[in-house]
Design a protein around this ligand. Structure first.
Ligand code: ADP
Ligand code: MG
Length: 652
């Protein structure tokens, strides 16, 4: 016999302590969800055991009557929830219950610390803090568990005060029993829906949150009956007899197998929140059944809000796979394309076997077919929202638009499907966003390209020297503020038969300024000033690729543009932030020949070529052009010194 591990007191991990503190001094009003959390853990534990027992019968220890049992006890003020699931070993208890292993919970705490403005309730709901929610209603939680095949069980106990005790103990039945000693506040409370020892309350909570759980959730109902006399009346003085009746509280019918017309919106919403640990109702629900080549039921949800770590996290698809109503796996990656990974939901198909491995699944034809259909149906749903309820679509866009944009640029096959679902800011839609179709609809007949400008916000884009001319001509320009926008536009290349054209790259493709006469005129100015331009080029060698006479500037003296090939200046910036500074845009300095500064340069070049003043002016113009693009000069101090000495010279 192995020696029993004696009782030990241990400290919770710092984060766990914080979380418990939060739970106890509760920010969270919806305390009843503790029951849902514990039932959901029990059900998960049975799922795991059932799954493992498919390949190892011994784990069942002869007991395959899976069930969850609830026992309320008024006398000791306790509520006990037991399951005969997979249980936990000593180490598993330490790992799963003593620490917060889930990175989501950690980030939750960080988020909470950094932001006092956020609504705590909303936050907590996003994470589903699971087991610890028991401490919302309890001063003492005891967990006794035994994993199949283990000789000893483990007893864990905590008052939620920063420490817990753990020891080995006897436990006959496999699985986990959690005993919650209700906090004073919840004993004999006058709030009937918060009296968690009341059978009626428990029954309602199970109906509300856990009805579809696939294993019976049982509770004993005790009936006290006085014996009856010959007339059928109770005999007052006779001792009552107690009969115990065990009832199953949940219907065990998976929601998605029911007829669509018989499911209320509220039922869908509760189901979603429970299964996907979301606090908010989903934005959209898509429930469909397919028969034919492949048979399946799918129930998909578009959440109202992106999880706070949605864009930083490595992709996880939220689709659960079931076969004949039995859970097979979570996060089934192959069901939806990466760009739709915000969709949560499930697929239930009799065409999959229960112990199918991920590897086999990947090559499954059925899965691919279902995936294609799901993708289509989600896209159709989004198209419908866009055309019927623009405000709702913009709300969706704010949360998940970025995923679609990333999809359009990184997934070649999706570009066509996504192009009409994209929204952008625009010079002609100040408070709203525009689709590409809207833009195309507003284009003048002779407009050859779709213009866009990049910048960090509306104000900075509108101040770009390159915007002035287009504004004057009342030509619409898409504003790209999000880093990914330009990559998306670049990947799309064109919409309809119109190419996208950056206002800071290549030719503007405007009839008048690009007309043969205008071009000739620019060329003439260039020729006239060839030695000047060459001198500037020589001075700025290594910094710029070329100097040109501009036809796109109105009141500004210079601007920096890049040519049509390679990457743009803004892309260069983004890539360098991502430590990819080997990619460089070609920098072309454009000079406004109608600006006074141009005349000054010309004069200086004639009277004092190669003078310090001339060199300084060229350098200053170049840095100005950089600054306009939001790029810091390599030598800001040198720039400042030059400006200072120029100011001093003029002041003399
Ligand atoms: P989650 O369920 O999201 O993982 P919880 O806080 O609810 O988070 O539970 C933490 C972990 O504790 C679970 O992942 C599981 O490993 C373990 N656990 C909780 N309850 C049980 C149970 N009844 N049986 C077995 N393991 C459990
Ligand atoms: Mg849980």
């Amino acid at each position: 016999m192995t020696q029993i591990i004696n009782k030990e007191t241990r400290e919770f991990q710092a984060e766990t302590k914080q979380l418990l503190d939060l739970m106890i001094h509760s920010i969270y009003t919806n305390k009843e969800i503790f029951l849902r959390e514990l039932i959901s853990n029990a059900s998960d534990a049975i799922d795991k055991l059932r799954f493992e027992s498919l390949t190892n019968q011994d784990l069942l220890e002869g007991d395959s009557n899976f069930e969850i049992f609830i026992v309320p006890d008024e006398a000791s003020h306790t509520l006990t929830i037991s399951d005969n699931g997979i249980g936990m070993t000593y180490n598993e208890v330490v790992e799963n219950i003593g620490t917060i292993a889930k990175s989501g919970t950690k980030s939750f705490l960080e988020k909470l610390k950094e932001k006092e403005t956020t609504n705590d309730n909303e936050l907590i709901g996003q994470f589903g803090v699971g087991f610890y929610s028991a401490f919302m209603i309890s001063d003492k939680v005891t967990l006794v568990t035994r994993a199949p095949g283990q000789e000893k069980g483990v007893k864990w106990q905590s008052a939620g005060d920063g420490t817990y005790t753990i020891e080995e103990c006897e436990k006959e039945k496999r699985g986990t029993t959690i005993t919650i000693e209700l906090n004073e506040d919840f004993r004999a409370t006058s709030r009937p829906d918060e009296n968690f020892l009341e059978r009626y309350t428990i029954e309602n909570l199970i109906k509300k949150y856990s009805d579809y759980i696939r294993y019976p959730i049982k509770m004993n109902f005790i009936k006290e009956e006085k014996p009856l006399d010959a007339d059928g009346n109770e005999i007052p003085d006779a001792p009552a007899t107690e009969t115990v009746e065990i009832r199953t509280l949940n219907s065990m019918t998976p929601l998605w197998t029911r007829n669509k017309n018989e499911i209320t919106t509220e039922e869908y919403q509760l189901f979603y929140k429970d299964l996907f640990h979301d606090w908010e109702e989903p934005m959209e629900i898509v429930h469909s059944k397919a028969e034919g080549t492949v048979e399946y039921t799918s129930l998909l949800f578009i959440p109202s809000r992106a999880p706070f770590d949605f864009y930083s996290q490595k992709s996880t698809s939220g689709i659960r796979l079931y076969s004949k109503h039995i859970f097979i796996m979570d996060n089934c990656q192959d069901l939806l394309p990466e760009y739709l990974r915000f969709v949560r939901g499930l697929v239930d198909s009799p065409d999959f076997s229960l112990n199918i491995s991920r590897e086999i699944l990947q090559h499954s034809k059925q899965l691919k077919l279902i995936g294609k259909n799901l993708e289509k149906s989600v896209l159709k749903t989004l198209e419908n929202i866009l055309s019927k309820d623009r405000a709702k679509y913009e709300k969706f866009w704010k949360e998940f638009g970025r995923a679609l944009k990333i999809g359009a640029y990184s997934d070649y096959s999706s570009r066509d499907k996504l192009k009409d679902l994209l929204l952008f800011s625009s010079s002609h839609a100040s408070d709203t966003l525009t689709t590409l179709a809207d833009y195309a609809g507003r284009m003048a007949e002779n407009q050859k390209v779709i213009y866009y400008a990049t910048g960090k916000d509306q104000a900075s884009v509108e101040r770009l020297p390159q915007m002035e001319l287009l504004k004057e001509k009342n030509i619409e320009v898409l504003y790209l503020f999000d880093q990914v926008d330009e990559f998306t536009i670049d990947a799309l290349k064109e919409y309809g038969d119109k190419k996208f054209q950056s206002i800071s790259r290549g030719d503007l493709n405007l009839d008048d300024i690009d007309s043969p006469e205008a071009k000739k005129n620019t060329e003439a100015i260039y020729k006239e000033n060839e030695t000047l331009i060459q001198a500037i080029k020589d001075l700025l060698t290594g910094k710029i690729a070329d100097v040109k006479i501009s036809n796109r500037l109105k009141s500004s003296a210079v601007c920096l543009v890049s040519d049509d090939k390679g990457i743009s200046l803004s892309m260069e910036q983004i890539l360098s932030e991502m430590n990819q500074s080997m990619y460089k845009a070609s920098r072309i300095l454009e000079l406004n020949p109608n600006h006074e500064v141009f005349t000054t340069l010309k004069n200086l070049h004639q009277t004092a070529p190669g003078s310090e003043a001339f060199n300084d002016y060229c350098e200053l113009l170049y840095v100005q052009a950089l600054l306009i693009e939001g790029i810091l000069p390599e030598d800001p101090i040198g720039f400042a010194n030059k400006v200072s000495s120029l100011m001093a010279r003029i002041g003399k």
